[in-house]
Ligand binder design. Structure first.
Ligand code: SF4
Length: 471
């Protein structure tokens, strides 16, 4: 396969290339554009014109420098061995293959895709979607030889993208719906994916029926189909073996695979915890589940959130802490599908005496809550705050009390414990230490409370002492 006819280089060496706003010629999709998508569909072989590239809307050379546009990428493939279950896995390769192009940056997936083309690439003559489509066709056929024919259609016009965008959302929903009915206890094989190791070298996704991949684009069915057609490829089987802890979702086979595929970096994974041995996060997660120490609960913010989270941080600010293939207790990259699973962070909930992981969630951005509305238990929906009701963490506690949110059951004991230690000046039990660091001027300062220190502390929370709260 050659790209000598292209004005820019193409190859895996360019994966991970970042294009900052001052280097960018145009931006396609992303958070500032309403409708954008990427989709792969398996078609009948006679319906595909191999190598054909079609564009609906302005071409790169017609776009003004610094402008933003919608982007729809529809890749249609055909081949005797192809099945619908492979669509999602092929679709994830759009991210990889577009990033092979020097001067193109691609982030995210499905309806959150986001691309930038650099000024340098445009300057060298990479100024047409026909070139991008041709590169995609060649890479799809070379890297996935079971694809016999491939054609690509781009949508950059805001009107022209509307219908295919709607069709793409339906396709994603249909895939998610099918996966929703299956649970981890129904299967005897899990799957792994290392497609994101080019960005996060120690990250390995473990894909189970209850834990769709954190990018949200590869469910258990998709992973099974991919591992079947290409067992030596980036998606592979993980025999779970012995279950060491059912509530936490700890399996001998998963731990072994993580150790091997993360080059020894990750030793243990609790599938259903964001606080103890959490699953690693690359950078493609659909949402972030974050701990809110002030109320002992969790918030969830998704990629499309316009507002800041209740902790005052944006999605992108928290994504920097969450991603990179690390195990980051309290900051967990997750798929939207996992939030509606009965297994969602069940270990963390049980540790606090709550029945369900969803009972930990005290805040979500409003768009996410709307999207998940029909999939979450009815008794919790109205108790989860959004930026529309509460945008100040100081008011959240009162609001949760008013709503009788299940998390308040976990407060009483904690507050009583702390007050008891303070009142009696009692010996502090092993595993709980408090200390005060004086502020400048010799008053006020911070109290550092480390509880249950036998649990490793990746984060130390420093809280200002509020006089009136006596804490
Ligand atoms: S997030 Fe996980 S499943 Fe999705 S492409 Fe990356 S490694 Fe694969």
């Amino acid at each position: 396969m050659s790209f000598s006819d292209m004005p820019v280089d193409v190859g895996p060496v360019y994966e991970g290339e970042r294009i900052r706003s001052n280097q960018m010629y145009v931006e396609l999709g992303g958070p500032k554009i309403e409708k954008h998508f990427e989709l792969v569909k398996v078609r009948n072989i006679k319906d595909i014109e191999d190598g054909k590239v079609t564009l609906h809307g302005p071409d790169l050379k017609d776009m003004d420098e610094g402008s933003r546009h919608p982007i729809g990428i529809l890749v249609e493939v055909a081949g005797k061995q192809l099945e619908e279950d492979l669509e999602a896995v092929f679709e994830r390769r759009i991210h990889e293959f577009t990033n092979f192009i020097n001067g193109v940056m691609h982030l995210n997936q499905r309806y959150t895709n986001w691309m930038r083309i650099s000024k340098t690439a445009i300057g060298k003559g990479f100024n047409s979607f026909n070139m991008m489509g041709t590169i995609l066709v060649r890479l799809f056929k070379a890297e996935l030889p079971i694809i016999e024919k491939c054609q690509v259609t781009f949508y950059t016009d805001p009107k022209a993208i509307e219908k295919p965008y709607k069709g793409a959302l339906e396709a994603y929903n249909n895939r998610d719906e099918r996966a929703r009915g299956l649970h981890d206890s129904d299967v005897d094989m899990f799957y792994g994916c290392v497609l994101c190791q080019s960005f996060a070298p120690t990250h390995v996704c473990c894909i189970t029926p209850d834990r769709t991949s954190l990018c949200g684009s590869i469910n258990w069915f998709d992973a099974r189909a991919a591992a079947k057609v290409d067992p030596k490829g980036p998606l592979f089987e993980i025999p779970p073996q012995e279950c060491k802890n059912e509530i936490a979702g700890e399996y001998v086979g998963i731990n072994e695979t993580m150790r091997k595929r993360s080059l020894g970096e990750i030793e243990r994974i609790y599938l259903y915890s964001g606080m103890e041995y959490p699953h690693t996060s690359c950078g493609c997660f659909e949402a972030i589940d974050f701990f809110i120490p002030e109320v002992n609960g969790h918030g969830i913010i998704d990629r499309n959130a316009g507002a800041l989270a209740i902790n005052g941080l944006s999605f992108s600010a928290m994504a920097n802490t969450t991603g990179g293939g690390k195990q980051m207790a309290g900051f967990n990259g997750i798929s939207l599908q996992y939030i509606s699973s009965p297994k969602f962070q069940q270990y963390d909930a049980k540790q606090l005496g709550l029945d369900r992981g969803i009972d930990l969630v005290v805040w979500m951005n409003s768009g996410l809550k709307e999207r998940l509305n029909e999939f979450l238990p009815k008794d919790i929906i109205d108790k989860i705050a959004t930026e529309k009701e509460i945008n100040d963490i100081n008011n959240l506690k009162e609001w949760l009390k008013e709503k009788n949110h299940p998390i308040i059951k976990t407060w009483t004991e904690e507050e009583e414990e702390i007050e008891e230690y303070e009142e009696k000046d009692a010996m502090i039990p092993v595993g709980t230490q408090t200390m005060t660091i004086p502020g400048s001027g010799g008053f006020g300062g911070f109290k550092i409370i480390l509880k249950n220190c036998k649990i490793h502390a990746d984060t130390v929370i420093i809280k200002k002492i509020e006089e009136k709260k006596k804490r």
